[in-house]
Design a binder for this molecule. Structure first.
Ligand SMILES: [Zn+2]
Length: 63
């Protein structure tokens, strides 16, 4: 039962077992993701409430 996952950064198949960088294919892609993550954190200036309202409607399935 081998997991078939693709690296979210470069799209290459990811070796899961014994891979310290999963879910990324390599240390390089892991660092790229971290860099993106931090960049977005600093950029966020829109109030979170606006986003949460939209998500709640979808999850609860309100009629
Ligand atoms: Zn990759």
């Amino acid at each position: 039962m081998a997991r078939k996952l693709k690296c979210p950064i470069c799209g290459r198949p990811v070796v899961w077992r014994g891979n310290p960088y999963r879910p990324f294919c390599s240390e390089r892609c892991q660092l790229v993701d971290l860099d993106r993550w931090f960049s977005e954190e600093y950029r966020v200036s829109v109030p979170r409430d606006l986003w949460e309202d939209e998500e709640k409607e979808g999850e609860d399935g309100k009629i």
